[in-house]
Structures are given as structure tokens and as C-alpha cells.
Design a protein around this ligand. Structure first.
Ligand code: CTP
Length: 399
């Protein structure tokens, strides 16, 4: 989806080894439909040529050429005015220090100084520089003034040191930009708990049983809820997809861990259970690899708790939303689950259809709510289904 169509993003690239990653940020932002103007400090151009950014952004890159000083004056003000958001990727300790202290001596710093748009800074530097109290004070000061930061990751840095200072993942940077530009406050002050993905029930150290689920639907709902201003906690089983930008992510493996975490975090306004929780687990976990023999192997399974059912029993004022993945008798089974689990809404889909459901990017669902309403959505992307679900939640919250 071109979620950033019509948005103007000014990307300031400052000199550090992570400059090459800013190239990926431009490419991802362009794919989302944004217009991207790139400003580079002189040091940044030593790492990657402006031509690379120019080719990807389809805009002239502005760097610090003194010969163009006249052109700067007009250009930096117009960029400062038209930007919906400024990004500084990667941000060196030098640029953060300059902004924090009002030093505007190049194209990047003068333009940032002149803008009223949000400024999102993604620092990347040596770990000792990052933890240096002078840098930390500068960051603190800027945060107080409303500048936004995306924390660096920890890991092995280009200089060989290990610690915090690695540029945040480029997808996380892009997700954060989407969030900052798209946020609407319809769900302000609403706390939402979403579960997603499969659970994994271990048999022995190398084997497990699980349910089919990629986590896409739950992640899409979490993202939409966050974009509408909710405070979102996501409890997720193991998945292979990018985690969404939300307030809190809790990773679990088994259904039992899922149950414990859900109960611990249940004091919210809305709980949405998209997770494919395993109904059974091996009765006994064997802590050494089971060796094969010529005989058949019988695995005895014990029941896991039905998390949603348990929530339904203790529910007070919150909204409880479940999913029903069915292969047949969809309506009958969905309504049965709605009633038995004391839900406000159940979202049913037919997982026997290949082009929707597990792993697919699209879904085709039917809503059944506690008031007896039934509403069928046409086939659409999981992002749009997520938006419909979140909109339905907004309606239910008004009741
Ligand atoms: N669910 C749950 N805990 C379980 C099983 C399911 O909380 N142990 C939740 C799911 O997250 C989903 C809803 O219950 O929101 C329905 O899940 P589904 O697998 O469709 O149905 P089950 O209740 O397991 O029933 P059945 O297997 O008989 O279809």
C-alpha cells in the first residue's frame, strides 16, 4: 500500500559508516509512495556518492558545496517548509551536538533549524561515544524539546566494539516514519492487547508441534491500532515477519506462556486474540532427543487452556475479540465460539481457501458481533482487514 503518498520527507544523511543503510531507507520510503529529498553533509558524501541517493529518490541531492551557497538559501527554507517530517539517518554525535546547541553551519543543520516539522533522529556511532554523558545530555535536551529519536541497536559495530550504537533496523525506521505521519488519535487513551502467531509445544529438544500461523493478521491489527493512537501490547509466538512498531512486544513460545502473559497484561480496554494457540501439548517433555526405534511412537497429548475462554469467564468491561479459523460450517462454529467464549466480536474466515488465510497477504472475513449483526467483507489485503477490524472496535467502544 502506498501509505506515504503525497508526503514530503527530507532525509539528512550525516557522515558515518552506516550511510549505506540510509540508501535502503530511501528505497523503502519511495516504495510507500513518499517524495524524498536528500541532504548530505560533506562527510556523508565521502561514504556514498550523492548520485546513489539521487537515482533512488529521483530528486536532486543537496550537499555542502560552497559554490552553491546562494542556491542553499532558498532551497533550505523551501525544504524546511514543505517537509512533513525530517529524518537524520545516520545521525553522528557531531550533528546531534550541533542541533542541541543551536549550531547551524551547513546545509543539514541550517535546514533542521529552520523547520517546524517533526524531526526523527536515528543515531549511529561508536558505543563509547553513544554512552558519553555529553552525547546523552544533548539527546536528552533534544528529546525534551520534542525531537524524536529511534534508539540504536546493540551488536558488533563497524569499529569492532560490541555495544549500543548500531543504526536501528531500516524497517524499524520506516515503520516509525509511517507511524509519525499517519497517526490519528481516534483510539487515544485506549489500551489494546493483541496476540499473534502460533504457539510451539516442545516434544524434545529438537521436535515440537505447532499451528499454522504467520502472525500477519495480528501484526497488521497491532499496527493499525497504534496508528490510531492506541497503546498497544503485542504478545507473539515465533514468526518470520517484521515486528510492527507498537508500545510493548512480549515474545512467547508455548500456549502456557501465552496464557500467563495474557493474564498478566489483561487489564486493558480491548483484547484481540488472533494467535493460533495450540489446544494440546505433549503430556511429557523429554529432555533428551528421542531416538527412533522400529516401533510406532505414540505421543500422548494433554489439553492446553483455552485462553479466550478463560478471559471470557473473568471479563468485566473490556471488549473481547476472537478469531475463528474454520474449514466448514463457518457461521455455525463462529457463533458457537462467540457465545461460549463470551466475546463481543468474532472474525471468521475459511482457511480451506488457499488464496486467503494462512500465510496469504489477503483475507476474506465475516464479522459476527454480540448484538447479532453479521457483516461480510470482500477479499482484501490483511492491512485493510485490520483497518476494518479496528474501525469496528471503535464502533463497539462507543456503545
Ligand atoms: N484460542 C485461545 N486458546 C486456545 C485456542 C484458541 O485463546 N487454546 C482463541 C484463538 O486465539 C481464537 C479463538 O480462540 O481467537 C478461536 O480459535 P480456533 O482455533 O478457531 O478455535 P478453537 O476454540 O480452538 O476451537 P476448534 O479447534 O474446535 O475449532
Amino acid at each position: 500500500m502506498e501509505t506515504l503518498k503525497g508526503k514530503n520527507i527530507v532525509l539528512c544523511v550525516t557522515g558515518g559508516i552506516a550511510v549505506y543503510k540510509a540508501v535502503d531507507v530511501v528505497s523503502k520510503l519511495k516504495k510507500l509512495g513518499a517524495n524524498v529529498d536528500v541532504l548530505m553533509t560533506k562527510n556523508a558524501t565521502e561514504f556514498v556518492s550523492p548520485l546513489t541517493f539521487q537515482s533512488l529518490s529521483h530528486n536532486k541531492v543537496i550537499d555542502d558545496m560552497f559554490s552553491e551557497i546562494k542556491y542553499w538559501d532558498i532551497e533550505h527554507i523551501s525544504l524546511a517548509q514543505k517537509a512533513d517530517i525530517f529524518l537524520v539517518v545516520p545521525a553522528t554525535t557531531n550533528v546531534v551536538g550541533k542541533i542541541a546547541n543551536g549550531i547551524a553551519d551547513d546545509m543539514v543543520t541550517t535546514t533542521i533549524m529552520a523547520t517546524k516539522a517533526k524531526v526523527l533522529i536515528a543515531p549511529a556511532m561508536n558505543t563509547n561515544m553513544y554512552t558519553n554523558p555529553i552525547y546523552q545530555d544533548n539527546e536528552k535536551k533534544l528529546r525534551k524539546l520534542g525531537y524524536l529519536f529511534i534508539n540504536p541497536d546493540s551488536g558488533k559495530l563497524a569499529c569492532g566494539d560490541i555495544g549500543a550504537g548500531k543504526l536501528a533496523d531500516t524497517q524499524d525506521i520506516v515503520d516509525r516514519v509511517e507511524y509519525e505521519l499517519m497517526i490519528e488519535e481516534k483510539l487515544k487513551n485506549i489500551k489494546i492487547l493483541v496476540t499473534a502467531g502460533p504457539t510451539v509445544e516442545k516434544i524434545d529438544p529438537v521436535r515440537f508441534i505447532t499451528n499454522r500461523s504467520t502472525g500477519k493478521m495480528g501484526y497488521a491489527i497491532s499496527k493499525q491500532a497504534k496508528l490510531l493512537g492506541a497503546e498497544v501490547t503485542l504478545i507473539t509466538g515465533p514468526t518470520n515477519i517484521e515486528k510492527p512498531y507498537v508500545d510493548n512486544i512480549i515474545e512467547i513460545e508455548s500456549a502456557e506462556e501465552m496464557y500467563k502473559e495474557v493474564i498478566k497484561n489483561k487489564d486493558v480496554d480491548v483484547i484481540i486474540m488472533t494467535a493460533a494457540v495450540s489446544d494440546y501439548r505433549p503430556k511429557e517433555y523429554i529432555d533428551k532427543k528421542i531416538k527412533k526405534s522400529d516401533n510406532d511412537l505414540v505421543l500422548e497429548l494433554g489439553r492446553n487452556k483455552d485462553v479466550l475462554f478463560e478471559l471470557g469467564k473473568i471479563k468485566e468491561n473490556q471488549l473481547l475479540i476472537g478469531f475463528a479459523a474454520e474449514t466448514n460450517n463457518i457461521k455455525e462454529y463462529a457463533l458457537k465460539k462467540l457465545k461460549e467464549k463470551n466475546l463481543d466480536l468474532i472474525v471468521a474466515n475459511d482457511v480451506s481457501k488457499k488464496e486467503i488465510g494462512f500465510g496469504a497477504d489477503s483475507n476474506e472475513v465475516i464479522f459476527f458481533d454480540k448484538n447479532g449483526n453479521e457483516f461480510e467483507l470482500e477479499k482484501m489485503s490483511k492491512d485493510l482487514v485490520a483497518l476494518e477490524i479496528v474501525n469496528k472496535i471503535i464502533d463497539l467502544l462507543k456503545e
